[in-house]
Design a protein around this ligand. Structure first.
Ligand code: SF4
Ligand code: SF4
Length: 310
């Protein structure tokens, strides 16, 4: 049986719904051009995680999305709303409000409490969520109900034998699973969840951690699969060598670029990811949360000038 692989890069964005077009154009991770004009705020409201990746040290933020070795201070949903109000008022070029950790957003009810607060206060912002995907099918009704616009799923393998080398266990419906059984459940839920999200009109990004010697030769198969499923963009991230993988070697920038290029015929590649903190806000690569007051004011001025020009 032959499966036709459609190339999502050939799909004209102009064929998409106008609202999707606007969301993509204003999302700094989904659009290369948007990264210099529009910002995002990450709200660290989700500390718990429901899986254990072999490359993750849970003392720090989720490395499927965030910068290694960083620990963000967890906020309550109310504190997150307050912070969002202050930040959006001061920096109106921020159009995306995201929950990406510090654990897995779908393992925390606070993620949805936060999104409900934000949507009520700022109905026009893009709500963005990142997850390992284990709880996606179960959580999809809440994802749709709260109005999540963009979804990132970490998908490191579609072959359970490969995925089993990347995780030590999952906790699913109150039970711990290990090995191939854990990998099969995780992949099944990730793929089912991605399909549900695409069908619901949510714009989906895949994060794939490139782990030399384990999934590097397999990632093109992942790209082909997500292309068939209507995923918008893929972000191949380098392995952070910590926890069980502390003694492994990360891919070189050249190896990562070669893999991105090999995947590009199947699915658009994000090459400008800066692995932000779970509490980052501002432009990608210009994290206002880490800047002095003086530097923040300079960025504010630059952005005001830019918005007057465009
Ligand atoms: S999903 Fe994220 S927080 Fe959870 S174990 Fe994996 S890398 Fe760590
Ligand atoms: S970690 Fe990468 S994908 Fe996530 S907000 Fe930062 S730049 Fe975007």
């Amino acid at each position: 049986m032959s499966t036709e692989i459609k190339n999502i890069c050939d799909i004209e964005v102009s064929n998409k719904d106008e609202e999707m077009k606007r969301i993509i154009a204003q999302h700094p991770c989904y659009s290369k051009e948007a990264q210099h004009k529009f910002g995002r705020i990450h709200l660290p409201v989700a500390p718990a995680c429901n899986i254990q990746c072999n490359y993750c040290d849970r003392k720090f933020d989720c490395v499927n999305e965030s910068r290694p070795g960083v620990t963000s201070e967890v906020l309550t949903p109310e504190e997150a709303l307050e912070k969002t109000k202050q930040v959006l008022e001061e920096f109106p070029f921020i159009k995306v409000v995201a929950v990406a950790g510090p654990g897995d957003p779908l393992a925390n009810d606070t993620t949805f409490e936060t999104f409900r607060h934000i949507k009520a206060a700022f109905p026009e912002v893009t709500l963005c969520l990142s997850t390992n995907g284990l709880a996606l099918p179960d959580r999809m009704p809440e994802i749709i109900e709260t109005g999540v616009d963009t979804l990132t799923v970490t998908l490191n393998a579609i072959d359970p034998a490969i995925e089993a080398q990347l995780i030590s266990h999952i906790i699913y419906k109150g039970k711990i699973y290990k090995g191939i059984e854990a990998a099969e459940i995780l992949i099944k839920n990730q793929l089912a969840g991605i399909k549900m999200a695409v069908d619901a009109g949510i714009i989906v990004k895949i994060n794939t951690v490139m782990v030399p010697g384990i999934n590097d030769k397999h990632v093109v198969e992942v790209a082909k699969k997500v292309n068939e499923m209507g995923v918008y963009i893929m972000n191949i991230m380098p392995l952070i060598c910590q926890a069980k993988f502390a003694d492994m070697e990360p891919p070189t920038p050249e190896e990562r670029l070669a893999l991105q290029n090999a995947c590009e015929p199947y699915v658009r590649q994000m090459k400008h990811c800066r692995q932000c903190r779970s509490d980052a806000f501002g432009l990608i690569g210009k994290d206002l949360s880490q800047m002095s007051e003086e530097r923040r004011n300079t960025v504010k001025l630059e952005m005001t000038k830019l918005s007057k020009k465009t």
